[in-house]
Design a protein around this ligand. Structure first.
Ligand SMILES: [Zn+2]
Length: 136
């Protein structure tokens, strides 16, 4: 596709690689505390709940709910044509686990708070950006 949206790519490190490259396998991954099960995002060396350092990547379902969104009408970036939806989605597995993302593959006017969405990935070089689309 010639008109892929322009994106500022994250810097991939050993601490966040599971997140940015999970999409290569079609998987949305977060660090999970092996002691209490809490999903830690953004990646950190210590679980904020019980201070455990035993954290390991865990694959979630990819299902989420739109918690908040805005429709952007400004052409901030070349190639990313408005209008498009900037959303905060809540990951199904954990109430306070939220991602800032885009909701795609639907009309911007159809997006609602509480809408069920699922992850898909957009690859840019060695990074797989998690985006969300309406769940079937
Ligand atoms: Zn923990």
């Amino acid at each position: 596709m010639a008109d892929r949206p322009y994106r500022v790519l994250p810097r991939v490190t050993s601490e966040n690689e599971h997140f940015w490259r999970g999409g290569e396998a079609g998987e949305l991954r977060f660090l999970q505390c092996s002691s209490c099960g809490y999903l830690v995002h953004p990646p950190a060396p210590v679980c904020p709940i019980d201070l455990s350092r035993e954290l390991a990547p865990h694959t979630v379902s990819g299902r989420a709910t739109v918690a908040a969104f805005t429709v952007n009408h400004q052409p901030w970036y070349p190639g990313l044509d408005p209008p498009y939806v900037v959303a905060i989605v809540e990951i199904e597995e954990q109430e306070d686990l939220r991602l800032m993302t885009n909701v795609v593959n639907c009309g911007v006017e159809t997006v609602r708070v509480g809408m069920a969405v699922r992850v898909l990935f957009e690859q840019h070089e060695d990074v797989w950006i998690p985006l969300f689309e309406p769940a079937a």
